[in-house]
Ligand binder design. Structure first.
Ligand code: TRP
Length: 343
């Protein structure tokens, strides 16, 4: 290989920045993979990418130190096992970058409190309290309330142009833009207002029961479950009682909804036909889906298990990422401090 020319370096520099965070709140599942991990990894060739584990966002709900550690390693190992190359992607733990928290404070001074009142997660918690006849803010910590500001700091600190996220994060990205603009309005062009990158076709991945696949619904298929468990989970997909001969609507079927993300177009077309015309049973498609998932994830599963058994390797990778991230973070933060007159 020859050394990069000046011109190549310049084109590299011009790449837009994509950044995203994932909370360490549960063992990664197929919904996380399709909705976030896979699209994020596909951006690596066209963007300068930064991906991080949002552990301090996790602290708004996690109350168990073993869980925090375990899930943090699981998320890291998942990305690495699925092909994240730490020489290409800046991959780090949010908590390793103290500048994030300093910027959070600065940005909170440019965030309307009313905006936070209207943030979905907080508003949902308030509505639940109201419905239950409890005090409005019962059991709600200020971390949950300030969550969107921390997220804005995650993004703004690294000058991200685009943020690949799921549909549920759209409002957070709008707030991030509003916050960046509010700062820029006072101090002139300083912060980059980011764009959400939401892939509509994978916006909602349904789980075993047809609701959004989510740990809180207990309807997930774990990414790296051993074959036997994987098969069990797939067999639990909820279906109606139609016989193999009866025609079925593939678009309203919990098996098909997951299957279509993994099968080739030809396989999808074939099963779509069989479904519509009748002649295939749910058990057959479940078996096919299981085999497909098992095959897709066999290699990453091995790498995942290797990494989980060797956490020092994960630590070393994340530390290396933190160092790189830190360099960018320091620059943005000193610029912000200069602008506001605290330097
Ligand atoms: N809020 C995101 C989620 O729940 C996680 C997250 C935290 C994030 N900081 C971020 C995502 C910055 C994108 C960019 O999934």
């Amino acid at each position: 290989m020859t050394a990069p020319t000046q011109e190549m370096k310049q084109t590299q520099k011009k790449k837009k920045i994509a950044l995203s965070g994932i909370k360490p709140t549960g063992t990664p599942h197929v919904g996380n993979y399709l909705g976030m991990i896979k699209p994020a990894l596909e951006l690596v060739k066209d963007y300068q990418t930064l991906y991080f584990i949002a552990d301090y966002h996790g602290l708004t709900t996690i109350r168990d130190k073993r869980e925090m550690k375990q899930h943090t390693y699981e998320v890291a190992a998942t990305f690495l096992a699925l092909g994240l190359n730490p020489d290409e992607v800046i991959f780090y733990r949010q908590s390793d970058i103290p500048e994030v928290f300093e910027l959070t404070w600065v940005l909170s001074c440019f965030t309307g409190k009313g905006w936070l009142n209207r943030a979905h997660a907080y508003k949902g918690a308030v509505d639940a309290n109201t419905a239950a006849g409890h005090d409005t803010d019962d059991g709600i910590n200020a971390g949950l309330f300030n969550y969107p500001v921390l997220m804005a700091a995650d993004i703004i600190l690294f000058n991200a142009d685009v943020v690949p996220v799921g549909q549920d994060q759209r409002q957070h990205l709008e707030m991030t833009r509003d916050i960046a603009n509010a700062f820029n309005y006072v101090y002139g062009d300083t912060l980059v207002p980011p764009e959400a990158l939401i892939r509509e076709e994978v916006a909602i991945i349904t789980g075993l029961d047809g609701r959004k696949m989510s740990k809180s619904y207990g309807n997930t298929i774990e990414l790296f479950a051993a074959s036997k468990q994987l098969r069990k989970q797939v067999m639990r997909i909820v279906t109606d009682s139609r016989t193999p001969e009866e025609p079925k609507n593939p678009d309203e079927n919990n098996i098909f909804n997951i299957y279509k993300h993994f099968a080739t177009p030809a396989m999808i077309a074939e099963n779509r036909k069989k479904y519509t015309e009748g002649g295939v049973g749910y058990g057959d498609l479940k078996q096919e889906l299981f085999e497909l998932l098992d095959e897709t994830f066999t290699e990453p599963r091995e790498r995942y298990n290797e990494l989980m058994a060797n956490r020092k390797e994960i630590d070393a990778i994340l530390n290396q990422g933190a160092e790189k991230a830190h360099r960018i973070a320091r620059k943005t933060l000193s610029k912000v401090r200069r602008r506001i007159g605290i330097d």
